[in-house]
Write a protein that binds this ligand. Structure first.
Ligand code: XMP
Length: 327
């Protein structure tokens, strides 16, 4: 039967054998998967690993701080943060197609890593350290299957952590979670001592808020979505509902305007969509029947506190036919 201790022991052996005395960099994204895969590789090879956190400007409120402070404190992982928001948003300018967004974001991730890799290689050469040859990715089994890399299924979405890699990649991948489902990854994370706030966190897609803005991604729209998302998350947590929800994407319909009224004024703002889902593994999902009072509170707060939003709507679609994310 499945057991997190034996998976950890097995992966540690496998990683050590694969890596030898080379050095490794890790794709830390802020999510559970990369946090756990990085901690697992750190357990196997310690300071041969350097974790790189690319702030692509598509993160939710507080996520960067959580990685830089809480995660580093609990794991001891060596971390480099790259400020890449300008680069990512520059390349996303004028782009509205979801797959095009994913490809751009995936490509820019790799570029950012390669840049850091080159800097670390130069450093290693100067100090006589071993070269960096591997990249860690937090790919899970459902990602592999949905990207068509698994059991011969159709390509539904090209998840950027599987499908978006360029062919001329000059490092090999370490993917220690490739056969696992989310609940198994969480169990391993707890076993490795990662704080509950990170391990218990809802899944968040690699392309981040970039695929939760329907339309072009801009700094202004990101600010609006970030504020709405922070309110929804805070109220769901305050209501004690985190355990019942697999994840709750908050989506900004940036190209849709709807008429509203506030005081004596007619407004012409955007709708925010709440997409709370219950799921075992993200392959299928049902919409979560949230209490009306919680929905009401979230709606009131978002429409009162977030500029340019005058409407909150609830997505009541299961998966299939709807995917969890809107893009
Ligand atoms: P969908 O929308 O396909 O999502 O039902 C299934 C799960 O995958 C997450 N997701 C992604 N994760 N890169 C990721 O790392 C992506 O491009 C991506 N797209 C969707 C989604 O949040 C859900 O948990």
């Amino acid at each position: 039967s499945w057991n997190s201790d034996s998976v950890i022991a097995e992966q540690v052996e496998r990683i050590r054998a694969q890596v030898g005395d080379a050095r490794v960099i890790s794709a830390l994204s802020g999510g559970v998967d990369s946090a756990v895969s990085t901690a697992l590789v750190h357990k196997a090879i310690g300071d041969q690993l350097t974790a790189v956190f690319v702030d692509h400007g598509l993160l939710r409120a507080g996520e960067r701080e959580q990685v830089e402070q809480d995660y580093v404190a609990s794991t001891g992982v060596r971390l480099i943060t790259v400020d890449a928001a300008d680069t990512f948003l520059g390349h996303l300018e004028g782009v509205t197609d979801p797959e095009a967004k994913r490809k751009i974001i995936g490509r820019e991730f790799i570029r950012a890593f390669e840049k850091v890799q080159r800097e670390l290689v130069a450093e290693a050469a100067a100090s006589g350290d071993a070269p960096i040859k591997f990249l860690v990715q937090g790919t899970l089994y459902p990602d592999v299957v949905e990207s068509g890399g698994g059991a011969g299924t159709a390509n539904i979405k090209s998840h950027h952590n599987v499908g978006g890699l360029p062919d001329d990649l000059d490092f090999a991948l370490i993917e220690p979670l490739r056969t696992l489902f989310k609940d198994e990854v969480r169990a391993i994370g707890r076993e490795l001592g990662i704080p509950e706030a990170i391990v218990g966190r809802q899944p968040f897609p690699g392309p981040g808020l970039g695929i939760r803005i329907i339309g072009e991604v801009t700094r202004d729209r990101l600010e609006i979505l970030r504020a709405a998302d922070a309110i929804a998350r805070a109220e769901l947590t305050a209501a004690g509902l985190d355990g019942e929800i697999w994840q709750c994407p908050v989506v900004l319909l940036a190209d849709v305007h709807s008429v509203g009224v506030q005081g004596d004024h007619r407004t012409y703002g955007h709708p925010i969509v709440l997409r709370p889902v219950s799921s075992e593994d993200a392959m299928t999902a049902d919409w979560t029947r949230l209490p009306y009072d919680v929905l009401s509170k979230i709606s009131n707060r978002i429409t009162n506190e977030v500029r340019d939003v005058n409407r909150v709507v609830l997505d009541v679609t299961s998966k299939p036919p709807g995917t969890i994310e809107w893009e």
